[in-house]
Design a protein around this ligand. Structure first.
Ligand SMILES: [Zn+2]
Length: 74
């Protein structure tokens, strides 16, 4: 079963959220939320069991910008 993460980016004007697969090389299973890998441009939210839940969370957290073009969650 796939696991999804939402990445919220605040670096650009307005918060933007994008959905990733946990196995996405960019996401790296939410490694961005790990204290050791503090990311100043945004934060990871998750994991989510379904794409629907991840998308809903993304829409609530920020302006939903779609799924990652690299891992293409579906
Ligand atoms: Zn991704």
């Amino acid at each position: 079963m796939a696991t999804y993460y939402v990445y919220v980016n605040w670096r650009t004007r307005g918060y933007r959220a994008r959905v990733h697969f946990a196995h996405c090389a960019f996401c790296n299973a939410g490694a961005g939320i790990h204290p050791r890998a503090t990311n100043r441009s945004g934060w990871w939210c998750g994991p989510f069991a379904t794409l629907e839940k991840a998308t809903t969370a993304a829409q609530q957290l920020a302006r939903y910008r779609g799924v990652c073009k690299r891992c293409k969650p579906a």
